[in-house]
Ligand binder design. Structure first.
Ligand code: WTA
Length: 682
């Protein structure tokens, strides 16, 4: 599956400097390790496990599983019989065994420039122990579910690790979600306690988080479920002093004196008061390998979110090793992942992966465009960031403003760039590589899912020659395949369903409270395989290219097309900032292409531009992909995590006003504008 030799043409290679110090310095070395990881997982992961603390060793097989629904229940078990604690491994082990107590774990950078804080591993451990004791004093026990609804503050990491320390299961809900969504998630996992904050700023917008949290709790009560206690952190209120001993109190910039914080004395507790009284020592709860670690909700095709469940040991080994190899982590790195901890990227690559490696990270509360579009690069220079990880949507957004705002800062410290979340179109990839990284930094296009726990397809920065837009090859232990509609494995250059043939330590174990849904969603269609739901193409060199969700695939005159492919062709035009393509019914061809086009500043939407765009798509893909309809879209409907809501666009294209649930939409005003501009498809 992986070629013996990497191609030497039409690819981008890491610099010699990067290769010199890298964990995996060549393609040959990658291949050697990969073969070991799939042929002898016990030995491969056994080496990884040596770096961690185990109260007792595993007894059974390293990985035991069944992926075939026709043979019985689907299950995955990793290191059965082993006993450990993930919080102990990411904190105590670094402070005590590795003597890194004084190393900075997080540079916290607030929404407002100048609002900052530094937290060492020792300080973080103390805070986590205190919070763990607080939770225990409130009656929280191993296995209890705790809901966390907080902004991007260090205390969010403290809260999640405190849960992990006592074996409680955290369920973090992104702070941009509505009361309705929070309530739904609390009910599904029956959380006994909620941890939240008074409020926060997103750019210049004030969010009264406690008010939303209270609304959610009220909705829970209406549904006959009561959350017993709610711990509230004072993040904006003036008297809320932040973390570690010895650090300054929060700068006035963040304080907000007129925030009205609702308070219910029967339920609400103050984070700071509880912490003051708590001891900073706490013996970890020793957990079985397969004890649950956390639940994280992800959207499902039926509309109801799925509670993806991850367990202790496998997730720990997998996030630690992907972080180490994919970002080629080195002891003096300063790493920055711009995701929110409310999403899986933040769980795996802000909290667990980096801390397991004793890394120093930037934890950023704000937005890439506030107070201006140079903010990211200003932060890179300020902390001398070496490894930087963001989403294609952020890259495309910043690209709209050209290279000027980027070049205001040197970015000289950068060594590796990463992307995640959606296919990156080659134009955005090249801008990231050429302008941001100045042709010096490999770009790791990491493909993975909430369900996979960590990266599953990705280049390794010093080892894999890169092709812009390709997630390249599998990570260690991962065995991908491409299937056709009848479930046959396709060899050589081909396109079809992306599946995995065997588990890796970090794959999800079940949908919380609904194992049947787990089996139906991921294992029913092709028994024996984990089905990602994504389409994938393999080129002549064996590189894998994600073509987008299968549900975003369309069939035009019997030809399978991916919306991502067409979008990529459209955004290669100099006038186009972003494009979203949806399927529209067609009486002859079956389906046709309806395209929403967002232009860059300074360009006008004209008939002649439309003609140019159609020509461009025809040239890039073929006449079969020629757009049928095209409309000007000054804004696109996006979720708060930046994903385009194609479901909504499909409705707009069809002029159907019944949009269904749009509670995750970041900005509702774009919808009406799109209806007004829509094409006549009659
Ligand atoms: C998409 C995010 C192409 C894909 C970590 C997947 C990607 C879904 C990439 C999971 C990538 C993520 N290239 N597509 N590098 N990364 N995706 O659960 O469709 O929020 O199935 O996890 O995002 O999204 P999720």
């Amino acid at each position: 599956m992986i070629p013996d030799k990497a191609p030497g043409e039409d690819v981008y290679q890491a610099t010699c400097d990067l290769r010199k110090e890298a964990h995996v310095p060549s393609f040959e070395k990658y291949k050697e390790l990969y073969l070991k990881s799939v042929e002898n997982p016990e030995e491969f992961w056994g080496d990884v496990a040596k770096d961690f603390f185990w109260k007792s060793k595993h007894t059974g097989q390293f990985l035991d599983y069944n992926f075939d629904v026709t043979k019985g229940k689907v299950y995955i078990k990793c290191m059965e019989g082993a006993i450990t604690n993930i919080c102990y491994n990411v904190l105590d082990r670094n402070v005590h065994d590795k003597k890194m107590g004084d190393k900075v774990a997080f540079f916290w950078e607030g929404n407002e420039p100048g609002d900052e804080l530094k937290v060492t591993y020792r300080e973080l451990l103390k805070q986590v122990c205190k919070m763990a004791n607080v939770l225990k004093s409130l009656g929280v026990k191993k296995g209890d579910r705790i809901s966390i609804y907080m902004p991007m503050v260090v205390e969010l990491v403290v809260a999640m690790l405190a849960c992990a320390r006592i074996g409680a299961v955290h369920s973090i809900v992104f702070a941009g979600f509505s009361a309705e969504s929070l309530c739904e998630r609390i009910l599904d996992s029956q959380c006994s306690l909620l941890i939240t904050a008074d409020g926060f700023y997103r750019g210049d917008k004030l969010i009264n988080l406690k008010m939303i949290a209270d609304d959610a709790l009220e909705k829970c009560t209406e549904k006959n479920f009561s959350v017993q206690k709610c711990i509230m952190l004072k993040h904006l209120s003036k008297d809320g002093s932040l973390l570690p001993e010895g650090s300054q109190s929060p700068p006035a910039k963040r304080a907000c004196s007129d925030l009205q914080v609702p308070w219910n004395p029967e339920v609400d507790l103050c984070w700071h008061t509880l912490m003051e009284e708590a001891s900073d020592e706490c013996e970890p709860e020793w957990c079985q390998s397969e004890d649950p670690l956390f639940i994280l909700y992800t959207s499902g095709s039926t509309g109801k979110p799925k509670g993806v469940l991850h367990t202790v040991s496998g997730y720990m080994l997998y996030t630690a090793s992907t972080f180490k190899y994919v970002f080629d982590h080195q002891p003096d790195d300063v790493y920055w992942c711009t995701a929110d901890i409310g999403w899986i990227t933040g769980h795996s690559y802000i909290t667990y992966g980096p801390l397991a490696n004793g890394a120093t990270s930037v934890l950023f509360e704000g937005l890439p465009t506030y107070p201006d579009v140079s903010r990211m690069w200003e932060i890179v220079d300020k902390y001398q960031v070496t490894k930087f990880y963001t989403a294609p949507t952020a890259i495309r957004l910043l690209m709209k403003y050209g290279s000027g705002p980027v070049q205001k800062f040197t970015r000289r410290s950068l060594k590796v760039l990463g992307t995640v979340g959606e296919p990156i179109n080659p134009e955005a990839w090249l801008w990231y590589y050429n302008v941001v990284g100045e042709k010096r930094c490999p770009v790791v296009d990491t493909f993975w899912q909430t369900e996979t726990g960590g990266h599953v397809l990705t280049p390794l920065p010093a080892a894999t020659p890169m092709k812009p837009g390709s997630a390249a090859f599998p990570f260690f232990g991962v065995v991908p395949a491409i299937l056709n509609e009848s479930g046959e494995e396709l060899e050589g250059p081909n396109e079809g369903y992306l599946v995995f043939k065997q588990p890796w330590p970090g794959v999800m174990r079940t949908v919380y409270g609904n194992h049947e849904r787990f089996e139906t969603t991921y294992f029913k269609k092709f028994p024996g395989y984990y089905v990602t739901g994504d389409g994938c193409r393999r080129d002549k060199d064996g590189y894998l290219w994600i073509t987008g969700r299968i549900d975003d695939m369309l069939n035009v005159s019997g030809h399978l097309l991916s919306t991502a492919e067409v979008e990529s062709a459209l955004v290669e035009h100099e006038a186009v900032a972003e494009a979203a393509v949806v399927s529209h019914p067609h009486p002859v061809k079956g389906e046709s292409l309806y395209c929403f086009i967002t232009l860059k500043d300074g360009f006008d939407y004209t008939i002649s531009l439309e003609a140019q765009l159609k020509k461009q798509v025809r040239e890039k893909i073929g006449a079969i992909a020629t757009p049928d309809y095209m409309q000007n879209a000054p804004g696109l409907p996006k979720t708060r995590s930046g994903k385009i809501m194609r479901r909504v666009l499909r409705k707009i294209a069809r002029n159907e006003r019944d949009l269904g649930d749009v509670s995750t939409l970041a900005d509702c005003t774009v919808i009406e504008q799109l209806f007004q501009n829509r094409c006549n498809t009659a």
